[in-house]
Design a protein around this ligand. Structure first.
Ligand code: R2B
Ligand code: URA
Length: 298
C-alpha cells in the first residue's frame, strides 16, 4: 500500500502540454481559465463526489449546515453548467456528481483536477461517497474501501490509450482509511476490497438484466463467494478509475460507499426511497465527520 507521502511525491507530475493553451476550457464543467478560478476555488481542501446530482446537492447542504456555513436564502445553485455534472461549493468543500461508470467519472476527474490546480488550491483530497452492492455486508453499512480490484478481481484499472491497453495501479490512501474509521462513532462501517466493474448487470453477475445470461445462478454465487473470499465487500462502478487517477495525480483518495443491498441475498434493489436515503446518509455523515475532525485540528 502507498502512503500519502509517496502519493504527494508522485504529484509533481503535471501535464506540460497545458502550458501551450491560452485558455483551457473545462468543457463539461462549463468553466474556463479566463474566469477568476482562484477566488472561486482557491481554498478547496475536499472534493466529495458521488454518482447522482441530487445527492451532490444534498451533501453540499448537509456539509454547509455541519460547518456552520450560511446557505443562500433561495436555492443552493451549482457552479458552472449542470448539463452533465453538478458542482457545488461550500467553504473548503466541493460536492460534485460524477455520473455512472468510469468513463463519466474519468472526465470529471480530469477537469476538476485542472480546475483546482489553476485555482492554486493545495493539499486537497478526493473522496467518493457512493452506493454499492454489499458482498456479505448488511444494507446500510458504509463500506470504506481499503483497495480496489476490477471485474477480474485484479488490482488494476485498464485503459486503452492509442490502441494499447495500459494497466494502472488502484491503491488508495491507507491513512485516510484509518482516519475515516476513527470518526465512525455509531455509524455502521465495514472495511474491505471494492470491486469496480464496467456494467451494473453482467459484470456484477446479476441475473435480472434484459438479456439471457451466459452464466447460471450457481456460477454467479460461486463468483461472488470467490470475490468475498478474496476480501471483496462491495461492488460498484467508479472506484478503480478514481484510485488510479489519484495515484497518478498525487492526490490522497478514499472511497466510502453505502451498501444498498447484500448481493449474497439477491440482485434487485428493493429498499424504499426512505431506506435508501438513510443508507446514503450513513456514508455521507462519515465523511462529514472526517471533514469536521480534520478542519478542527487546523
Ligand atoms: C453505484 O451505483 C451506480 C449504479 O446504480 C453506480 O454509479 C455505482 O458505482
Ligand atoms: N451500485 C452498483 O454498482 N451495484 C449495486 O449492486 C448497487 C449499487
Amino acid at each position: 500500500m502507498t502512503s500519502s507521502l509517496q502519493l504527494i511525491e508522485r504529484g509533481a507530475q503535471q501535464n506540460s502540454h497545458l502550458e501551450d493553451l491560452e485558455i483551457d476550457y473545462l468543457y463539461h464543467l462549463g468553466l474556463d481559465t479566463s474566469m477568476d478560478l482562484r477566488t472561486l476555488f482557491g481554498d478547496v481542501k475536499y472534493v466529495c463526489m458521488g454518482g447522482s446530482p441530487d445527492r451532490a446537492k444534498q451533501f453540499a447542504i448537509k456539509t454547509a449546515q455541519s460547518l456552520g456555513i450560511p446557505l443562500p436564502e433561495d436555492d443552493l445553485q451549482p457552479i458552472g453548467k449542470s448539463e452533465r455534472y453538478a458542482l457545488y461549493k461550500v467553504g473548503p468543500v466541493i460536492s460534485l456528481s460524477h455520473g455512472i461508470g468510469m468513463p463519466s467519472a474519468s472526465i470529471v476527474l480530469h477537469e476538476v483536477t485542472k480546475l483546482l490546480r489553476y485555482a492554486g488550491s493545495t493539499d486537497f483530497k478526493y473522496i467518493r461517497i457512493g452506493t454499492s452492492g454489499g458482498v456479505g455486508v448488511n444494507p446500510g453499512d458504509a463500506v470504506i474501501s481499503t483497495n480496489v480490484v476490477n471485474g477480474e478481481l485484479r488490482p488494476v484499472y485498464e485503459l486503452v490509450e492509442l490502441g494499447k491497453t495500459v494497466e494502472l495501479n488502484t491503491e488508495l490512501d491507507t491513512q485516510l482509511v484509518q482516519s475515516l474509521l476513527a470518526v465512525a462513532g455509531d455509524i455502521p462501517v465495514t472495511t474491505g476490497t471494492t470491486m469496480s466493474t464496467d456494467s451494473f448487470y453482467e459484470a456484477q453477475g446479476r441475473l435480472d438484466g434484459a438479456l439471457a445470461t451466459r452464466y447460471s445462478e450457481a456460477d454467479k454465487m460461486a463468483f461472488l463467494q470467490q470475490a468475498y473470499d478474496n476480501g471483496v465487500r462491495n461492488i460498484e462502478m467508479e472506484a478503480a478509475v478514481i484510485a488510479a487517477f489519484c495515484q497518478e495525480a498525487g492526490i490522497p483518495a478514499a472511497v466510502v460507499c453505502a451498501a444498498i443491498l447484500n448481493r449474497l441475498d439477491g440482485d434487485q434493489v428493493s429498499s424504499t426511497p426512505e431506506e435508501l436515503e438513510k443508507f446514503s446518509d450513513n456514508a455521507q455523515q462519515l465523511v462529514i465527520n472526517l471533514i469536521l475532525s480534520e478542519l478542527s485540528r487546523k
